[in-house]
Design a binder for this molecule. Structure first.
Ligand SMILES: [Zn+2]
Length: 90
């Protein structure tokens, strides 16, 4: 087995394992503006004390604090977030 094929198989196993984990245990993260689901994530605090969201790697979103202990997520591109101001967005 070539090294490249082995890397591709390992990447595919990790990717599908993560997708399965997110489908089973992940929580939907919704946009604060429109309520659409942005992505599914599994939050946890790492050993270094940082909050990590497993599943949020490839998603472009805007994050802001909402109060002292909660975060608010919203679409980064306004053309993805429908509102009465943007009737062309579906
Ligand atoms: Zn939105």
């Amino acid at each position: 087995m070539s090294r490249r094929l082995k890397q591709r198989i390992e990447w595919r196993l990790r990717h599908h394992s993560l997708q399965f984990l997110l489908a089973v245990a992940g929580r939907p993260i919704r946009c604060a503006g429109c309520g659409r689901e942005l992505f599914r994530a599994l939050p946890f605090v790492g050993c270094d004390g940082r909050l990590k969201l497993l599943g949020a790697r490839e998603v472009n979103v805007r994050v802001a604090f909402r109060g002292q202990d909660s975060l608010q997520f919203s679409h980064l591109e306004l053309d993805s977030c429908p509102s009465p101001d943007r009737p062309w967005v579906r």
